[in-house]
Design a protein around this ligand. Structure first.
Ligand code: MV4
Length: 502
């Protein structure tokens, strides 16, 4: 077994900080990579070494395989952790790392390729006990053939992109008269998003829940599931709130779905951490949706109910270790809820907001965890994904976890940009969410912008203090050798502010 000594984290923001933390726990050295706007970010500060990717946008930095590999070579990193997003599900990246003699902390390039093509995944599972939504086995490009198959499947149908998940290229078709134009627009979106216009057709399952199972598999054929996550509170295919376990699964369903998830992993000779996504219809039938071959954003809720550190498990598996536990050794303990914090304005159709974080004061106390990459004064830019933090709570049952989340959301101060924190408060307090009886249409059915409370006046005072903090931080961060008068400058600023306030 080859012990990993130095990991290059090929990511940014909260997940880069998250991975570095586990590396520190394990005494593994870390290398951060950063774009120009990320030069002073938290993950760069926390890493032992940092390498500039010399660019602004993702396409010039975190998505450039050659730059990442060169940074790993330059620093002597013996492994790369891709996090999620960016190159985490790019088979060419996994291959490039392996060819450079660098351990890719994730599944094989072959598994990434197999599961990345949604029709290959479906074909793999044909003849197994894993239930698939009725639909075409293969991609389909001939319009008249596709229309014939759609009527065989029975409307409403869903046209999906073969080359990618996440809803891109997806079209729901209720009326046969709309089929052709929907298929052409789906092919066009798929071509633009993935460079691959292949599509396939499934029976559209009305009002499904999105429930996914966490998989862990070592390189010796041992595979377990770490139970499920309920991810139905979504907006435009973007998960907003996740929880574990789901409030609708019976122990029998959990066992059947867990076995199906393990079957998916085994049939693709999977190793590493992976997630098998299912759709559950209103009759509680479940259907395989897709498999994600990366650590997911929402992994903390699984960590909290199982007590495992999934990044540590990924590293151990990459080192060739045995899992060291079996399914019978695993149990759900308590309940966890995660609220994703996006720099978006929920009162303005969730438009992304940019600016500088003035004040970031995170909640703490019993059962509260915050995974964020935020430092006071940092810039939230349009260059990257607007998710800047995750607030997670745990308690012995769902009611307790929700109650703690409500308290933590009240405590959480993040000013300078609009965020989805008030939206999360709305959801946590909503009786339908609290009942557990909701599906992927919850936001569409129950949320209106007027539900968002505007900022309290107290915040204005905090802003001023925060503004001072940010100025002080900025000066301190950028002070030249001979300044030394930071406190004095700040005193003048305070006087100025007091004069202005009168
Ligand atoms: C579906 C579906 C219903 N029936 N497939 C696929 C990508 C993933 N993000 C959501 N997907 C879905 N696939 C069948 N056969 C419902 C979803 C779905 C969804 C679809 C449209 C709009 C919002 C959605 C939210 C969650 C799940």
């Amino acid at each position: 077994m080859n012990r990993i000594k130095k990991i290059l984290v090929a990511n940014r923001g909260e997940i880069a900080v998250r991975i570095i933390r586990t590396c520190k726990d394990l005494g593994i050295k870390t290398v951060a990579v950063f774009s120009e706007t990320d030069r002073k970010s938290l993950h760069v500060r926390m890493a032992d070494e940092a390498v500039s990717l010399a660019g602004l946008k993702s396409s010039e930095t975190y998505l450039v395989i050659e730059k990442i590999i060169a940074a790993a070579r330059l620093t002597g990193a013996d492994a790369i952790h891709p996090g999620y997003g960016f190159l985490s599900e790019n088979a060419l990246f996994a291959e490039a790392a392996t060819e450079a003699g660098i351990t890719f902390i994730g599944p094989s390039a072959d598994s990434i390729r197999k599961m990345g093509d949604k029709t290959t995944a479906r074909k793999l599972l044909k003849g197994t006990k894993v239930p698939l939504a009725p639909g075409t086995e293969d991609s389909i490009s001939d319009l008249s053939e596709a229309k014939r198959l759609a009527s065989e499947i029975g409307y409403p149908v869903l046209i999906k992109a073969s080359a990618g998940g996440g809803g891109k290229g997806m079209r729901i078709v209720h009326d046969p008269a709309d089929f052709e134009k929907s298929m052409v627009s789906s092919q066009n979106e798929a071509r633009n998003a993935f460079g691959d216009s292949r599509v396939y057709i499934e029976k559209y399952l009305e009002n499904p829940r999105h429930i996914e199972f966490q998989i862990l598999a070592d390189q010796h054929g041992n595979t377990v599931h770490l139970f499920e996550r309920e991810c139905s509170i979504q907006r435009r295919h973007q998960k907003v709130i996740e929880e574990a376990p789901s409030s609708v699964l019976t122990p029998e369903m959990r066992q059947k779905m867990g076995e199906a998830a393990i079957e998916v992993a085994k049939i693709s000779s999977y190793y590493g951490a992976g997630t098998v996504e299912f759709l559950v219809d209103k009759y509680l039938n479940f259907y395989f949706l897709e498999m994600n071959t990366r650590l997911q954003v929402e992994h903390p809720v699984t960590e909290l109910i199982t007590g495992l550190d999934l990044v540590r498990e990924q590293i151990r598996i990459a080192e060739g270790e045995l899992l060291g536990y079996e399914q019978k050794d695993l149990a759900i303990r308590g309940h966890a809820v995660e609220c994703r914090v996006y720099a978006e304005d929920p009162s303005n159709n969730f438009l992304p907001d940019t600016g500088f974080v003035h004040l970031h004061r995170v909640p703490t106390g019993p059962g509260v965890r915050v995974d964020s990459g935020i430092v006071d004064g940092m810039e939230v830019s349009v260059h990257f994904d607007p998710m800047i933090s995750k607030l997670v709570t745990w308690d012995s049952d769902r009611k307790g976890a929700i109650s703690r989340m409500c308290r933590a959301l009240e405590e959480y101060t993040l000013s300078g940009v609009q965020t989805t924190l008030p939206f999360c408060q709305f959801v946590m307090k909503h009786p339908v969410f609290q009942s557990g009886n909701f599906d992927t249409h919850f936001i569409q059915n129950y949320f209106k912008p007027e539900h968002i409370e505007i900022d309290d006046p107290e915040l204005i005072k905090n802003l001023a203090v925060a503004g001072l903090n940010a100025i002080h931080w900025f000066i301190r961060e950028n002070k030249t050798e001979n300044s030394g008068s930071v406190v004095h400058d700040r005193q003048e600023t305070v006087n100025l502010w007091k004069i202005r306030r009168k």
